[in-house]
Design a binder for this molecule. Sequence first.
Ligand code: SF4
Ligand code: SF4
Length: 450
Amino acid sequence: MFSFLNRSEKTFRHGIHPHDYKEMTRNIPIERMPFTDEVILPLSQHLGNPSRPVVKKGDKVYRGQLIAEPVGFVSTGLHASMTGTVVAIEPRHHPSGRMVESIVIKKDPYSPQTLFHEHKTDWENLSPQDLLEVIKRGGFVGLGGAAFPTHVKLTVPEGKRVRFLMVNAVECEPYLTSDHRLMLENPEAIFIGIRIVQKILNSEKTYIGVETNKPDAIELLRERVPADLNCEVVPLATKYPQGAEKMLIEAVLHKEVPSGKLPIDVHTVVNNVGTIAGIGEIFQYGKPLIERIVTITGPGINRPTNLMVPIGTKLSDVIEYCGGLKENTRQILFGGPMMGAPQLDLEVPIMKGTSGILTLTEEEVQIRPEYPCIRCLRCVDACPVYLNPSRLGQLAKMRLYEEMLDFHIMDCVECGSCSYVCPSNIPLVQRFRVAKGLLREKMAKQKKAG
Ligand code: SF4
Ligand code: SF4
């Protein structure tokens, strides 16, 4: 259903209104994916240093056991997502297209797959530092897709103060419904997670931002907010890319995060709702990040659904469990249609950051010819961070990457809104991703050279 903007609803400026296609899975309860024969667990599933294995080939490992430890501050732990035997530690295909060192576990067919160490942690008596350590070793990353280590995000730099915790339950990417189902089916874990994170941040108030295309989730969360928790559920207009941190802060708090600054500079920390619920669960049951909710959807899959999938399960196994692909399926993305990453290999594993598997058919992936820019400025009206994508697109086409810096290319959140509205089918965001990658590389080299 096309969503028109209700002027009384909170939101950010600019942005777009793509059809949300969430009707395919929004009413389907989360089901549990059965354990498959093998899981592949890449050591690099997060931004930062890859984890270091603490097991070797031939070791028996248990579901929830630490199998790789964090290396340095920007890194996380990795855990066995099922009980079995380590059969290999070797490079395997990764959703990024690279080969990445991975721990491969073959299932113990006789194991009941209970948790390695199921226990409740008395979090109220732990210091913020100890809570952060549990989260770090628990392997938590942002589950919205960016996979930034959660303990790093929750570490408040000296001299900074956090007033607000912003729970990102926007799920603005079309097709995806995993956060929506989580809110309906496990609100208690979300509220426990909020209490723990509030304690770490010493924050005053929590906001949960939810778009109005999830009215049942808004209602349920409002009903269940514990009376003693300073937490407000904020309905937001349905608009893309409201899930981008800076857009969410603008929508809820009407504050702008300045160019080059972070949410913490406006006293706010943003966390995905799935991450918050996962934090709740590690303290409730001792369950580290070993599984996640994934929406399997799109016109190319026979049985769209919301699945709780053990991390490391192969894409091919998930597809098979969901009834296989339709004959005219042409593309599979990890994530949604706006920011998702195309997959070329069905043997890649589901990662910590895989929020959805989107299957598209011939109809949706038709390549349209590119025409010259007609200066219509629709891209300028759509850009949520007030860039001039038309000008940036021209510079990118001429490979004048350095000049793009003068037009603030590094502020681009790669949301794809400009490409979406462009009547000339100019692949703007694709060019911006290439330009930003090259510029980052260059800056890193310059920094290294001193
Ligand atoms: S320029 Fe970047 S931030 Fe602006 S609309 Fe395009 S992709 Fe989004
Ligand atoms: S939307 Fe496309 S055609 Fe219109 S100004 Fe932007 S780049 Fe040019």
